[in-house]
Design a protein around this ligand. Sequence first.
Ligand code: GAL
Length: 904
Amino acid sequence: MPIMKFQMLLTAGVAGILLQSGCITAAESSRERISINDDWRFTRNDPVAGTLDSAATGLTDNLDYPRNPGRSGRGATTAPTVDPTSGIAAFILPTGNDFIADPANRYVRPAGNFGANVPYISLNFNDAEWRKLDLPHDFAIEGPFSTAGGGGMGRLPSAGIAWYRKHLTIPASDAGKQIYLDIDGSMSYTTVWCNGQIVGGWPYGYTSWQVDLTPCIKFGSDNVLAIRLNNPPNSSRWYPGGGVYRNVWLVKTASVHVGHWGTYLTTPEASSASATIALRVTVNNDSKVNAKVSVATRIFEIDSEDHRVGNAVASISPVNLMIESGKKVMTETKGAVANPKLWGTGPHQRPNRYVAVTTVEQDGKTVDTYETVFGIRTLKFDPNAGFFLNGEHIKLNGVCNHHDLGALGSAVNYRALQRQLKMLADMGCNAIRTSHNPPAPELLDLADKMGFLVMDEAFDQWVWQKTAFDYHLIYPEWHEQDLRALLWRDRNHPSVIMWSIGNEVGEQTGGAAGAAIAKELTDICHEEDPTRPTISGMNSARADSPFPAPIDAIGLNYQGTGVRSGSPQYPVFHKKFPNKFVVGTETASALSSRGVYTFPVAPGLGTPASANAGEEPANRQVSSYDLYFASWAYSPDREFASQDKYPYVGGEFVWTGWDYLGEPTPFDASRSSYFGIIDLAGFKKDRFYLYQSRWRPDFPMAHILPHWTWPERVGQVTPVHVYTSGDEAELFLNGKSLGRKKKIFDTPGQAMDGEPAYRIRWDDVKYEPGELKVVAYKDGKEWATDVMRTAGRASQMNLKPDRATISADGRDLSFVTLAVQDSNGITVPRADNLIRFFVSGPGEIVATDNGDPTNLVPFSSHEREAFNGLALVIIRSKPHESGQITITAKSPGLKEAHVVVKSQ
Ligand code: GAL
């Protein structure tokens, strides 16, 4: 698509999501979206002959979706290897039919049933012995950690078979309705049976999908859902989790109703004076007779709690449709909003949102009400000037994040996601790349509400494999459905600004064949949503190779800035593609362990981590001077320098915002990454302040590193670095000035001698205990200070909840930080005391952690060593029980600590 036309389309603001149940409900509608997360039964593995009281335990049907590992290395083709007419694949493939554009390519569901001899699927199977639990559920996070094999997937037992069962009573009054099961994500290769009848399934664990339960539901009676999944080993380069790890919903509609993700709302013109609304609505007629309907929409402003504010701000006049029985019709409607409150981000804009409430009337009666949340904004991707939101230039100060929630695993939790985003926002981060897969819907809801810009990513691999059982096994049969499902689900979100079709796919260097896939995926994105560009994270495609050409924007992983001393590719791609927007889709990959410092400290812009530079091989830790990185990467400072040098670059997505389970480079024996700006427990590493100093230039801050408790270093050179949003700083040790310095490389002979620097360093400080203080200046005026004091012996503990009041819904969390302190309340920076946590009142301990990537104690343990002075305990409310939750910490030799969290 030519860039000019594309840019015109891009000025359209877009958005919208289906509201979660409990938000906006319209009394007149028969649509219901009911959470069915509670009261499931769970077991691992298939039934084994002889272990059940029933004789019928033999599995004659193979319940595993076919997979042939290793079929697709370099140069693999897109030819499917699954026979779509045989085995369980024949029953699963039709689930994705709505997302296959060409009817000729859709799958035909065979008659009959599959797995009928498996006792677990039947209504009468007695599952009383199975474990009782609520979803979302990640079975792997319970551990134990394994010391065998590689660390890439987090050393947790995520592979294998799991079954979930739930009984549902569907009232007789629902007869005649459509009943659907919505699964936001299930890891992976999932199949669903309802009352013993197979209804469908989905292999890719990150896609949200729906199955129609209507034909097998017994109205006015008990029903049972049975879900089986089989998560392969070696399926991922990070921790995938395992189980039904996202929310599940029962959706009930009239037989004439808006289809699944059946609206698409864009704003072809948008300004603060007025916006035009283009709303496509797809109405399904699942009744036995033709239907004459009228479709109308009203638009309301909504607040941050999803509540409507005031009267409708606009209406779209009714459109009349005739829909044949068994068919669906898409209608395009148009409206306008005067003086809209635009959706935006950053210090100058607010994330204002609206809801389009669409009603479907049949014979004068409202049969469906469907809500599309959206925002009105314009996007412009300028190849020469970067990204513009509502006309304002905004640098993408972004991070990549994987989907796990640390000690909570992959089981989605709204509050935990909100905590992640809130901390990133405090740092000045305004953009998220959902590396490398479709996110939980809640992430996008939060991004809409909090004003984050999202690069929504589909895949980590296409046909060329990265690991033996990864997505390449199903790419040929499923990529179209997975991509279109992502686009339908997410295209109404104002936060989503780009579609990433893949990360570092092998096909980058696959010549014309690789480029052909990139074109096919870009074409799909354009068909479903012409308002946003496609992008792909490229670490090895060259500017003169065929790969980048068909993709709308240029996303460079590391090579933009140049790998180590390699030449920066930002200017090379910019020159070759003068009409394409360029952004750093992955940058830095700095390595560090919170609170660990090694000496001597690397000069200049740093050096790859090694046994001689930054690493502590015996402890498997990496120094936090933020000057050590993976061999293919570089320091945050170097990326800043290149962003400043090439101002047309739209910004960066740092690898990564939070540490994540798996990929523990450079120490494979560990459980979790060292790449995060924030550690796995949610404690800030020093780097947090480096990014904050750049991304929030108007926020007065200064941060000293390292800590100042080094009894073994008295008289030794112990460099002090300061991150500040000021431009100058003076450092004092025990009241004596060590000099006032500007943010420039001012050490003669250094790599960037005389160039701007992003930290201020005093590299020749000789350690003496006491007080280290920095006073930062901006434009000659005092701007911010920070103090670091030498700690004495550990004698007490401090417990600090991130929220002192939580809601008594059985899901809300309080993240409580424990600090080991001396008698003056100074955190003892290398304390590793073993702490035992206790809780009383209407709450429970869900997990503990300390952010140490090497720690293999299961997260469910109530006992945890402090790591460099800190530990975390995560408290969850009990449903419907309000009162005071008291958390107690005990540790030999330390004074006991208590804190109270209120649940209401
Ligand atoms: C990139 C890759 C990421 C992660 C990162 C670590 O090449 O896209 O998924 O592996 O390296 O530095």
